[in-house]
Design a binder for this molecule. Structure first.
Ligand code: MAV
Length: 326
């Protein structure tokens, strides 16, 4: 058995093991981040586990630092079966292909980490997985995520008044803009790789993101104020292109599914454990100032009808109830 793992990043070169093989399947992945981000670590783990569970030859070629673009590009690649075979991405970046999938990472969906864990360890989300597979030809093989998203802005925000009219970037799914508009902000969908500049040039005054990504992409340099709205606990599927998947030997498909589930568990444990640590590291280093949000309960009340309306529009009222009642 010959294994080759290439991680295309200078700072990550220490992890690259390179031997040659003739007939190996090469699976290409993409990360928007460097080797320190939990998504990258989870994808490296995924590759290692596949190698462990599969008897044949398989090679992994994981491209880092946004070399192959951002998630909205990855979703198109996966759908078309070009450029990459697997990645980790936000459901809200897949809305164009499967309109119901952003229900999974809708703000204020989960009460707390226990609730999030219960839902992800059950098969409650199976109807959404099916829609993603039917409409986008993208297969979910595991669930990473577990970061808590907060507001991060150039000016301080700590209550409803300060939030009113706040220009902020949101992910492309319409439900994201609807929710942030409902709570009084002025959201606009901007590509992730343009956000830093958009804040720097004053097009928007901030975004919402989780600690791992704020730290990795240094958003604090232009938006040093973090407001603890804790509005989303992230669900980040490990996804495979259906077109690539079907071409693989059955035993490799089985190894990918098993590895995907376990790599997801690994990624969730890692990100939930590191989330608070990373926030504290940035605060201790003077990179961010953290503020509580005075009216969080009020946000919940405002947002619920917006969630209900979205669920009704995608025929997922029962599913939303099932998630809420877990
Ligand atoms: C964070 O980097 C991740 O949650 C990633 O999956 C998202 O696409 C990104 O934020 C974003 O806000 O677009």
């Amino acid at each position: 058995k010959v294994i080759k793992t290439t991680v295309a990043c200078a700072t990550f070169a220490a992890l690259a093991v390179s031997t040659t093989s003739v007939n190996a399947e090469t699976l290409r992945g993409a990360s928007m981040f460097d080797g320190n981000h939990t998504f990258t670590k989870t994808m490296v783990k995924f590759g290692e586990l596949v190698e462990q569970y599969y008897d044949g030859d398989v090679e992994f070629d994981l491209r880092l630092n946004g070399e192959l673009g951002v998630e909205k590009d990855y979703v198109t690649f996966l759908n078309q079966g070009v450029a990459i075979d697997y990645t980790i991405l936000a459901p809200s970046n897949m809305a164009r292909f499967a309109p119901s999938i952003p229900l999974m990472d809708m703000p204020f969906l989960f009460r707390d980490l226990d609730h999030w864990n219960t839902v992800l360890s059950s098969d409650t989300l199976a109807p959404l997985e099916k829609e993603l597979s039917d409409k986008a030809d993208i297969v979910i093989v595991g669930y990473a995520g577990g970061g808590t998203r907060n507001l991060i802005s150039s000016k301080r925000i700590s209550n409803m008044d300060e939030l009113a009219g706040h220009k902020m970037r949101v992910m492309g799914a319409p439900i994201q803009a609807q929710i942030f508009a409902a709570i009084g902000a002025a959201p606009s969908a901007i590509s992730y790789n343009e956000v830093y500049n958009a804040i720097q040039t004053g097009v928007v005054s901030g975004l919402e993101n989780e600690a791992a990504s704020i730290q990795n992409l240094k958003f604090y340099e232009v938006a040093p104020n973090v407001t603890l709205t804790s509005h989303t606990i992230t669900v980040r599927p490990i996804v495979f292109s259906g077109k690539s998947f079907r071409k693989l030997p059955e035993k490799l498909q089985a190894a990918i599914k098993k590895a995907g589930k376990e790599a997801g568990d690994f990624g969730r444990e890692l990100e939930t454990r590191e989330d608070g640590i990373k926030l504290k590291q940035m605060a201790d280093a003077g990179q961010i100032q953290v503020a509580e949000f005075a009216d969080r309960e009020k946000l919940l009340t405002i947002v619920k009808p917006v969630q209900d309306k979205f669920a009704a529009s995608i025929n997922a009222t029962e599913l939303l109830e099932a998630i809420r009642s877990k």
